[in-house]
Design a protein around this ligand. Structure first.
Ligand SMILES: [Zn+2]
Length: 60
């Protein structure tokens, strides 16, 4: 995902914005691996193959 996407991504559960970002792997264009964090829900959303998985976690 592009870093710019952070400007528009919000937590799908509580709509918190902006989300925290931890980058594991990044190329010259985008974040390939990492995770997004909602401090309000204390939930992490994984980024895999440049795609953020914004599905609400199980049990929420
Ligand atoms: Zn949240």
């Amino acid at each position: 995902m592009k870093r710019k996407l952070l400007d528009i991504l919000a937590c799908p559960v509580c709509k918190y914005h902006p989300l925290g970002l931890e980058v594991v792997k990044e190329d010259d264009k985008e974040i390939v691996e990492g995770r997004l964090h909602c401090p309000k829900c204390n939930v992490y959303y994984p980024i895999e193959d440049s795609i953020p998985n914004m599905l609400p976690p199980e049990g929420h």
